[in-house]
Design a protein around this ligand. Structure first.
Ligand code: G4P
Length: 525
């Protein structure tokens, strides 16, 4: 095994998905504490608090109780290098989440034991399933009374349509939650009154009673024994191949807030989750241990550090070794670039790095070279990992700077935030700016950031339009501009787009102009 293969073997890159409030921040924080990346619990939250002080726009996030940003954190545990990619929980930012999910090899889905499978979990789950990403489930908040475990398995199978395999099973719930029983390794992990973790291997299931009789009441114990027996007899059996194909989800129970079940979860996860996987490209499958370096940009974020006003392109490495200062080709332009000052992200800092491997996320200073979905590779014969999906906007608004003197800043902000993928931007023939978004909260964040980061107050005029379609042929745009009163605009690459009031007006248009070819997005144009 060469060095590259050894590094691959110990890498795990994943995202945590959940409905807001299920405990994503809390679990992330506990994983970081386990990995020694932060010293005390509460650090991520206080890190959040610090950011509010320095980066004003995040206040919006706090006010609304949503997670708008997504970041990357790397830490080590038991010889593994782990990359967690954070995703915004709120549905209005699902496009951002979707792109991040393109950059992971597996996903951890958190379910609140009391609420079960929630709408946003379903949406995000579907994205993972369509990509065949392995999904691990952490059922959280067992310290509160929630739904019965068997009911939750049924819900996962019925609502999400994936087979579940409980790797462990909770001992009690709510006030009487004591820990978990590990079905695979046949041991119990419980917590004493001082919240100290204790692990004890068992010979037979029967011994459970002996060990737990002083810890849990008779009813909890008999329920536990009964349900474990039921699962052994009627439940699914563990199938690693099905897990890797995204067809079976290993399920874990715990309480993130008190760390119960978190170490067990992490240890199993690291053993079962896949290392960085091959990726489809224009030149066939690219194997991660291919010595030719390649990667793609899945996210761009401006003004991460308000003091420096810098813009970072997040690159997921797909193959080969990354070395500081290396030269790569950007497939879109064919131009060569030097990757100077690459950064890696830790829990509370970013640091310059010398090298990185597939699965890792590298932050590159971007002065406008990169676009979301760009592929870079060391070989002159470039490859392409394909465009990242762009969602069709469903809400539109005209925006302008309140103060005409701020026009230059306005244009700069609009263009930078559009390049980040935070919004889509269109121009009318009268040089008016129209924004398109998937969820209306994106407007609020946009207005906020324009003020905080570019010093521009906006007038925003919401439109009633709901649908955008790209015209496949430029000539059609000219013709339609002359002979119709449709709203024809240009996207940031000057490609013609028609914005319709609603589906009805779209169908009316198609009947009237059967020869005009419309596309859902700008893909492959
Ligand atoms: P999110 O990122 O998925 O949105 O969820 P987050 O971790 O912020 O957790 C949402 C709320 O649920 C928080 O409470 C958090 O403390 C609580 N929580 C997380 N894990 C557990 C758990 O295992 N058990 C219980 N009982 N609660 C849990 P909050 O009141 O909104 O915030 P805070 O004041 O506690 O920070």
């Amino acid at each position: 095994m060469n060095q590259l293969q050894q590094e691959l073997k110990r890498r795990r890159t994943f995202a945590i998905i959940s409905h807001p409030d299920a405990g994503k921040t809390t679990l992330t924080e506990k994983l970081l504490v386990l990995g020694g990346a932060i010293r005390t619990a509460g650090a991520v939250k206080s890190r959040k608090a610090e950011k509010f002080a320095t980066s004003d726009w995040m206040e919006l996030e706090k006010k609304r109780g949503i997670s708008v940003t997504s970041s990357v954190m790397q830490f080590e545990y038991d010889g593994y290098k782990i990359n967690i990619l954070d995703t915004p929980g709120h549905q209005d930012f699902s496009e951002d989440t979707y792109r991040t999910l393109m950059a992971v090899d597996s996903v951890v889905m958190i379910i609140d034991a009391a609420k079960g499978v929630e709408p946003q979990t379903i949406k995000l789950f579907k994205v993972c399933r369509d990509r065949g990403i392995p999904i691990f489930t952490f059922i959280n908040k067992l310290d509160r009374q929630g739904k019965e475990p068997l009911e939750l398995f049924e819900e996962i199978e019925d609502v999400l349509g994936i087979e579940s395999y409980p790797v462990n099973y909770p001992i009690g719930m709510g006030q009487s939650f004591r820990g978990v029983y590990d079905r695979q390794e046949h041991k119990i992990e419980w917590y004493n009154d001082k919240r100290e973790r204790q692990v004890q291997a068992l010979g037979e299931v029967d011994e459970l009673a002996d060990i737990l009789k002083d810890t849990v009441d008779d009813y909890t114990l008999s329920q536990l024994e009964e349900n474990l027996m039921l699962l052994d007899e009627a439940g699914s059996s563990f199938d690693l191949e099905a897990v890797k194909a995204g067809k079976q989800t290993p399920v874990f129970f715990g309480s993130a807030i008190s760390s119960f079940g978190v170490p067990t979860f992490l240890e199993h996860y690291l053993k079962l989750a896949p290392q960085p996987q091959p990726r489809q490209s224009s030149d066939g499958m690219i194997q991660p241990d291919d010595s030719n370096f390649s990667g793609f940009v899945f996210k761009i974020q401006a003004n991460m550090n308000p003091a420096h006003r810098d813009r970072i392109a997040f690159l997921r490495i797909c193959s080969g070794k990354f070395e500081k200062g290396m030269s790569v080709y950007l497939d879109r332009t064919g131009k060569q670039l030097k990757l100077a000052q690459p950064q890696q992200f830790f829990a509370d800092s970013r640091e310059l790095i010398d090298d990185a491997y597939p699965g890792d996320i590298v932050g590159l200073y971007d002065t406008g070279f990169y676009q979301i979905g760009d592929t870079v590779c060391a070989a002159k014969d470039t490859i392409n990992f394909g465009a990242l999906p762009q969602f069709s906007p469903e809400h539109f608004a005209k925006v302008r700077a309140k103060n005409a003197m701020k026009q230059k800043h306005f244009l700069k902000g609009v263009s930078q935030l559009a390049q980040e993928g935070a919004i889509q931007v269109y121009k009318t023939q009268y040089e008016e700016t129209i924004l398109g978004v998937v969820g209306t909260l994106q407007f609020d964040v946009f207005v906020y950031r324009m003020q905080a980061e570019y010093g521009v107050d906006l007038d925003i005029e919401h439109m009633t339009h709901q649908v955008a379609k790209w015209l496949a042929h430029q000539e059609d745009a000219e013709e339609l501009r002359r002979n119709s009163n449709n709203l024809i605009v240009a996207d940031y690459k000057d490609r013609p787009v028609i914005i319709f009031e609603n589906d009805f007006s779209l169908r009316w248009f198609q009947q009237k102009h059967p020869k005009v070819e419309l596309r859902d997005s700008s893909h492959n144009m």
